[in-house]
Design a protein around this ligand. Structure first.
Ligand code: NDP
Length: 315
C-alpha cells in the first residue's frame, strides 16, 4: 500500500466543512502548523445547499458554496496547509498516528482532528437528484424558510423527520408527511406533537415514486404500498429526512462510536477514547448538525489539540 514516503505533521485535520476549517483557523493561529485534507467533497454538506440565512455574521445570507470558499480562504490566510485528498485508512495503535491518504500517501501525525462530517441519506430517485437545491432538500432548518406560506412534503418517520415536520408546520400552510410503514419510529413525545399539529397531514404506508417538476419541484407522485393506489400531491418543496450516515467508517475498531456510527467524545470536550485524537462536527453530532455548532466544535478540537500537544511537549 505504501508507495510514497511518509510525511510527519504536527496536527492533521481530516475534513473540510465548518468544523474542519474552523479547527484549521484556530490550530494555525496556535502555531500547530495544521495540514488539512479536504476529502471527497471539499466544503462538505454546505456545498450542496443554496442560501444559508442562519449563520451569524452574514446579515444578508450567503450561498452555502460561497461561505465554504470564505472558510477555506480564512484558514489558508492563517497558514493552514490545505490539500485535496481522502483519508482512506488509519492506524491509531501508537504515536505518531498513521493516516493514509488516497490509499497511498502515509501521514504521521502527533495530533489528529477528525471533522469528516455526515452525509444525508437519499431515497435514490433520479428526480430527487435532478431537483436537489430546486425544492428538494435534506435540511428543513436550512431551506424551509424559502417555502413560507407554501405546501411542502417531507419523507421520513424518525425524530429528525418529526422535528423537521413540526418546524415546517410553523412556516408552511400544509406539510404532507410520507411514512413508509403503518407507524412512526420517532419518540412518543415527538409523535404526539406531530399528531397534534393541525396542518401536518400524514400518509401512512406511503412510498414516494417520483418528484415532479421541470426546473423546480411542483408536485410529487406517491403510492400507498398496501392498496397500490397512487396520487399526485402538489407541493413546492420535498424534504428528505430519512437519516444521516456519519462518515466514520475508517475509524471502526479504533474509536468508540454509537450503533449508528457517530463518534463518541467525552462530554464537554472533543476528546475521543484515544488521546491525541479529537472529533468535531457532524461525525460526532446527531442532534444539532448546524454549520455554527460544527464550527464551534471545530474550535474546541483545535484548543483541545493545542492543550494536548503543549502538555506532551510535542512541538
Ligand atoms: P432514524 O434512522 O431514526 O429514522 C429514519 C427514518 O427514515 C425512519 O422512520 C425510516 O423508516 C425512514 N426511512 C429510511 N429510509 C427510508 C426510505 N427509503 N423511504 C422512506 N422512509 C425511510 O433517523 P433520524 O435522523 O430521524 O434520527 C437519527 C438518530 O438521532 C435517532 O437516534 C434519533 O432519535 C436521534 N435524534 C434525536 C433528536 C432529538 O433528541 N431531539 C432529533 C433528531 C434525531 P422506518 O421507521 O420504516 O425504518
Amino acid at each position: 500500500m505504501e508507495t510514497k514516503p511518509s510525511e510527519r505533521v504536527h496536527c492533521l485535520i481530516i475534513g473540510s466543512g465548518p468544523a474542519g476549517y474552523t479547527a484549521a483557523i484556530y490550530a494555525s493561529r496556535a502555531n500547530l502548523k495544521p495540514v488539512l485534507y479536504q476529502g471527497i467533497q471539499p466544503g462538505g454538506q454546505l456545498t450542496i445547499t443554496t442560501e444559508v440565512e442562519n449563520y451569524p455574521g452574514y446579515p444578508e445570507g450567503i450561498q452555502g458554496p460561497e461561505m465554504m470558499v470564505d472558510f477555506e480562504k480564512q484558514a489558508a490566510r492563517m497558514g493552514a496547509d490545505i490539500r485535496f485528498g481522502l483519508a482512506t485508512k488509519v492506524d491509531f495503535s501508537q504515536q505518531p498516528y498513521k493516516v493514509w491518504i488516497d490509499d497511498e500517501k502515509l501521514i504521521e501525525a502527533d495530533a489528529v482532528i477528525i471533522a469528516t462530517g455526515a452525509s444525508a441519506k437519499w431515497l435514490g430517485l433520479e428526480s430527487e437528484q435532478r431537483l436537489n437545491g430546486y425544492g428538494v432538500s435534506a435540511c428543513a432548518v436550512c431551506d424551509g424558510f424559502f417555502f413560507k406560506g407554501k405546501e411542502v412534503a417531507i419523507v421520513g418517520a424518525g425524530d429528525t423527520a418529526a422535528e423537521e415536520a413540526l418546524y415546517l408546520s410553523k412556516l408552511c400552510t400544509t406539510v404532507h408527511m410520507l411514512i413508509r410503514r403503518g407507524e412512526m419510529r420517532a419518540s412518543k413525545v415527538m409523535q404526539d406533537r406531530v399528531f397534534k399539529a393541525p396542518n401536518i397531514k400524514i400518509y401512512w404506508n406511503t412510498d414516494t415514486e417520483e418528484v415532479l417538476g421541470e426546473k423546480k419541484v411542483d408536485s410529487i407522485r406517491v403510492k400507498n404500498n398496501k392498496t397500490g393506489e397512487t396520487q399526485i400531491i402538489p407541493v413546492s418543496a420535498f424534504f428528505v429526512a430519512i437519516g444521516h450516515q456519519p462518515n466514520s467508517e475508517i475509524f471502526k475498531g479504533w474509536l468508540d462510536m454509537d450503533e449508528a456510527g457517530y463518534l463518541k467524545t467525552i462530554p464537554g470536550t472533543s476528546r475521543t477514547n484515544i488521546e491525541g485524537v479529537f472529533a468535531s462536527g457532524d461525525v460526532q453530532d446527531k442532534i444539532y448538525r448546524q454549520a455554527v455548532t460544527a464550527a464551534g466544535s471545530g474550535c474546541m478540537a483545535a484548543l483541545d489539540a493545542e492543550r494536548y500537544l503543549g502538555a506532551k511537549e510535542i512541538h
